[in-house]
Design a protein around this ligand. Structure first.
Ligand code: NAG
Ligand code: NAG
Ligand code: NAG
Length: 387
């Protein structure tokens, strides 16, 4: 009996406490200010921007707890916001500077801080546009960048439409690790104008955003800049495989082998596409190995040929560019036999015959010469007889 009494009194105390707690927090509604001085700063890295802010005013009541910020940002026109929750006072990310950037941030006080529900401030907002000069038509066209064999980056472009003949374009690039944006120092030129860039050796530049800006100048009108972001491992075009070999194992099976392209790309990063031609029928297959066993569709095909091309696979990149096709490697089993019977053997016989003939002729000639010589000698050795 006594036990139950104690238990009930506990329950009462608990109920009273809870009610009191609720009224307390709803009466003194906790408010927090948004972060101050929220801004988007462009350090000149061609798209890598810094979003920064200062702590909100009147934070003194929450000295004991860490304030968090919820940051949302996107390129103007894109559907989705990227959301970040952070305790820091800045955040950096890459943006497409062909478009504007918008961002908003608010302060968050967790349940731990308020002893009640989570509290959010109103939003602080900021936008950023690069100074847009010139019309859209003055931008370069058909920008194409390829990272050859994961070694040499090459970009090329065409001039904008209707730009004046004096227009020239310049390329700048930056990636994390460089102090500042660099200008291309090996331009590809046509008629004295820059239409592409050969990049220098790029150290530790993979798996990070690579930013490019191509801007230009002309005496007649301003030129609009173009911005590009990509990751180098996604635009790799390997060399084609080499040292192809085709072995006919038995009547039905063929073994195809090749060497992976030479260079810095690891073996595990390749996928290969193989085209096998049996007489006039071609079939295609892919593999990650540098060998493949294939069953022939017909056991009396006269001619088998194959070639291979390579690409970066999904374990090493999100995308890639197929290499050129390798040289063709062929097997002409029966044709060889035919050649042997109808060409090599008759040729060998013919050659033998010719050699024999030549020998006979030269032998006869020598005999003839000897005879003449001997007769002449005979003639000269009996001069008196002649007189
Ligand atoms: C092109 O961009 C670079 C790098 O941002 C800048 O230093 C340069 O002044 C720009 N040139 C023109 C003509 O806008
Ligand atoms: C192809 O066949 C050969 C011999 O039968 C075998 O040694 C090799 O492992 C096979 N290769 C593959 C990729 O299956
Ligand atoms: C080749 O295939 C044909 C039918 O497809 C069959 O009759 C013949 O025996 C095969 N030849 C050999 C050497 O296996």
């Amino acid at each position: 009996m006594a036990f139950i009494c104690v238990d009930i009194s506990c329950l009462y105390i608990f109920l009273i406490y809870t009610v009191f707690d609720c009224t307390l927090s709803s009466n003194m509604e906790i408010k927090v200010n948004p972060p101050q001085d929220f801004e988007i700063v462009d350090p000149g890295y061609l798209g890598y921007l810094c979003l920064q802010w200062q702590p909100p005013l009147d934070l003194d009541n929450f000295k004991e707890c860490t304030v968090e910020y919820e940051l949302k940002y996107r390129n103007i026109g894109s559907e989705q916001w990227k959301t970040i929750i952070t305790k820091n006072l800045q955040y950096k990310d890459g943006f497409d500077l062909n478009k504007g950037v918008e961002a908003k941030i608010h302060t968050l006080l967790s349940r731990h801080c308020t002893n009640g529900p989570e509290v959010q401030s109103s939003w602080s907002e900021a936008t950023y546009w690069t100074s847009e000069q010139g019309s859209v038509e003055t931008k370069i066209q058909d920008m194409d960048c390829v990272y050859y064999n994961w070694q040499y980056l090459l970009c090329s472009w065409k001039p904008g439409m209707g730009v004046h003949i004096d227009t020239n374009y310049n390329l700048f690039f930056w990636y994390e690790g460089l102090d500042h944006a660099l200008q291309c120092d090996d331009y590809i030129k046509a008629n004295g104008k820059n239409i592409g860039c050969r990049f220098p050796h790029l150290e530790s530049s993979d798996y990070k955003d690579f930013f490019i800006c191509v801007n230009g100048s002309s005496a007649s009108k301003p030129i609009r800049s173009s911005y590009f972001i990509f990751q180098l491992q996604n635009i790799v075009k390997p060399l084609p495989p080499d040292s192809l070999s085709l072995t006919v194992e038995n009547t039905f099976e063929i073994n195809l082998k090749w060497s992976m392209p030479k260079g810095p790309i690891p073996a595990r990063c390749f996928i290969y596409e193989i085209v096998l031609t049996e007489d006039d029928i071609s079939c295609m297959s892919t593999t990650g190995e540098n060998e493949m066993n294939i069953t022939r569709t017909s056991n009396d095909s006269k001619k088998l040929c194959f070639s291979v091309r390579s690409k970066m696979n999904m374990y090493c990149s999100d995308d890639g560019i197929w290499s050129e096709w390798s040289d063709k490697q062929c097997w002409k089993g029966d044709i060889w036999k035919d050649t042997l019977i109808f060409f090599v053997i008759p040729f060998a016989f013919a050659s033998l015959f010719v050699i024999l003939l030549a020998y006979l002729i030269s032998y006869k000639q020598r005999a003839l010469l000897k005879m003449i010589f001997l007769t002449k000698k005979e003639v000269f050795s009996h001069p008196e007889a002649l007189c």
